[in-house]
Design a protein around this ligand. Sequence first.
Ligand SMILES: Cc1cc2nc3c(=O)[nH]c(=O)nc-3n(C[C@H](O)[C@H](O)[C@H](O)COP(=O)(O)O)c2cc1C
Length: 214
Amino acid sequence: MLAAAILAGKAARLRTQKKEEHIMRAVAFNGSPRTNGNTHAMIQRIFEKLIQHDVACVEYQVGGKRIGGCRACGSCKKVQNRACIYDDDCINEALALMEEADIIILGSPTYFAALTPEMKALIDRCGYVSRANGGMLRRKIGASLTAVRRAGALNVFQAMNNFFFINEMIVPGSSYWNLAIARDIGAFAADDEGVATMDTLAENIIWLADRIIG
Ligand SMILES: Cc1cc2nc3c(=O)[nH]c(=O)nc-3n(C[C@H](O)[C@H](O)[C@H](O)COP(=O)(O)O)c2cc1C
C-alpha cells in the first residue's frame, strides 16, 4: 500500500518535471494577403497572452503566397513520409511547423462568406497528409479565427474547425465565436467584443494546454 503510494508520488513528480521542461509552441497561419491586416492583429492579440505564459509563438504567412490545391494524387498515402509529394510551395514547411507545435491557430478573413483560397489549400493538403500518416495532429490544440466586415464569418469559422475535429484535435471555445467585425486595416482594435473574444480564447488555450500538454 505504502509502496504504491510512494510510486504514484514519484510518477506525479516526474510528470510535473517533464511538463516544466517542455517548451510549449504555437503556430498561427495567417490566410490573409494583407500581412498587417485584421487577421494578423487578432493572431497577435492571442500571442500577447501566450507569450506571457512562456509559449513560443510563430506567425506563418500563407495569404498572398502561391499555393496549389490538393491534386488528389494519393501519393501521401502511398509514400507516408509526412510530406506532400508536391514540394514546390510552402506546404511542407507549414506541415513541419504544425507537427512541431502543441497549439495550431488558423486565421482567415471572410471572403464571399468563405475561406481565402490559400487557407483552403493549407487545410486540404495538410489535412490529407496528416491523415495519410496516422494522424500527425492528433490531440494538439486547435483554434480558428476570422475577420469579417459584416456577414459570412460562421461559415469560415466552421470550415477551419472542421479541419481540427477530423484530425482528432482538441478545440477550446471563447465568450463568442472567434471573429472580429472589421473592414479596414486597424479596425480590429475598435471592436471591443472581438478583442475580448480573442483574450478569452487565449486564456482558454492556456488553461487547456496546462492540463493536456507535456
Ligand atoms: C475578396 C473579398 C471578399 C470579401 N468578402 C466578404 C464577405 O463575404 N463578408 C464580409 O463581411 N466581408 C467580406 N470582405 C471584407 C473582409 O472580410 C474584411 O475586410 C476583413 O477585415 C479582412 O481581413 P484582413 O484585414 O485580415 O485582410 C471581403 C474582402 C475581400 C477583399
